[in-house]
Design a protein around this ligand. Structure first.
Ligand code: APR
Length: 248
């Protein structure tokens, strides 16, 4: 009879979880091209030529040239206010917030994010990996050949550490886990052509969407809040909402 009285400390309150998922749009104001907008990367290059499983075998030189150019392009790019506020939020609420990005640039890191505070779902431009031993190397902003002609560990063939269409994306395991745990999903700067963010909004209790304009691949009626504006113009309001959501 007396055994049913529990110490108060055995009752725990669930920590509120927020998933911030970004795409190319968050880096657009820093001068990095998006993929599917007018003059975007996929308007000037064909996915099947430089970003599809197998193109390292059938179209190796052009594929390396494409990623060498992307790596060089991000060297002088600077994070914007949206990256900065998200880094601040993550560091203020490390247990509550997960930051996942489809972007392969390093603008969150340049804004002060530590590598263990962010998940790059589609890889990371500054990294090369060995097709044989799978070791990952930091090549900085160098062209692949400048970094090394072959794997420094096993002499195997190096490749950009980028997930190509048709390849497995190992980091999606984090996305699945975070979606199951999260109470609020915040989607910034993605057209939803690769990740079905409409489904995420249906799956999670509350959701925020910020893009420049509506996308054919997103049904925004499922989102609790929608902002069609530049990320830097609305990020302060979104950040304030996230803080209140976590605190209350
Ligand atoms: N602020 C907010 N959103 C913006 C801004 C901005 N300043 N500029 C553009 N956008 C939005 C556009 O409205 C568009 O919806 O960013 C989105 C960019 O969409 P995509 O170019 O399709 O980029 P993304 O969704 O990140 O692509 C997903 O596709 O090719 C792959 O691997 C690549 O990770 C990439 C994935």
């Amino acid at each position: 009879m007396f055994g049913i009285i529990k110490n108060k400390s055995t009752y725990t309150t669930k920590v509120k979880r927020v998933l911030i998922l970004s795409g190319a749009g968050i880096s657009a104001e820093s001068g990095i091209s998006t993929f599917r907008e007018a003059d975007g990367l996929w308007e000037n290059h064909r996915i099947k030529d430089v970003c599809t499983a197998g193109c390292l075998d059938t179209n190796k030189d052009a594929t390396h040239a494409f990623y060498n150019a992307r790596r060089k392009d991000i060297a002088d790019k600077k994070p914007n206010y949206a990256h900065q506020l998200i880094v601040e939020l993550k560091q203020k609420y490390p247990e509550n917030i997960a930051v996942l990005t489809q972007n392969v640039d390093d603008l969150f890191e340049k804004a002060g994010m530590n590598s263990d505070e962010i998940v790059h779902l589609h890889g990371f431009l500054k990294e090369l990996t060995c097709r044989d031993c799978e070791e990952v190397f930091d090549a900085g902003y160098q062209a692949q050949d400048k970094f090394a002609k072959s794997c420094p560990t096993c002499s195997g063939e190096l490749r950009p550490n980028i997930v190509f269409f048709g390849e497995v994306a190992p980091m999606y395991a984090h996305l699945t886990k975070e979606l199951q745990e999260c109470d609020l999903v915040v989607v910034i700067g993605t057209s939803g052509n690769v990740l079905d963010v409409t489904y995420f909004a249906q799956f999670v209790k509350e959701s925020i969407l910020n893009n420049l304009e509506p996308s054919n691949a997103i049904d925004d009626s499922y989102f609790s809040k929608v902002y069609y504006a530049k990320a830097t113009e609305v990020i302060a309001e979104i950040a304030e909402y996230i803080e209140e959501f976590i605190e209350n």
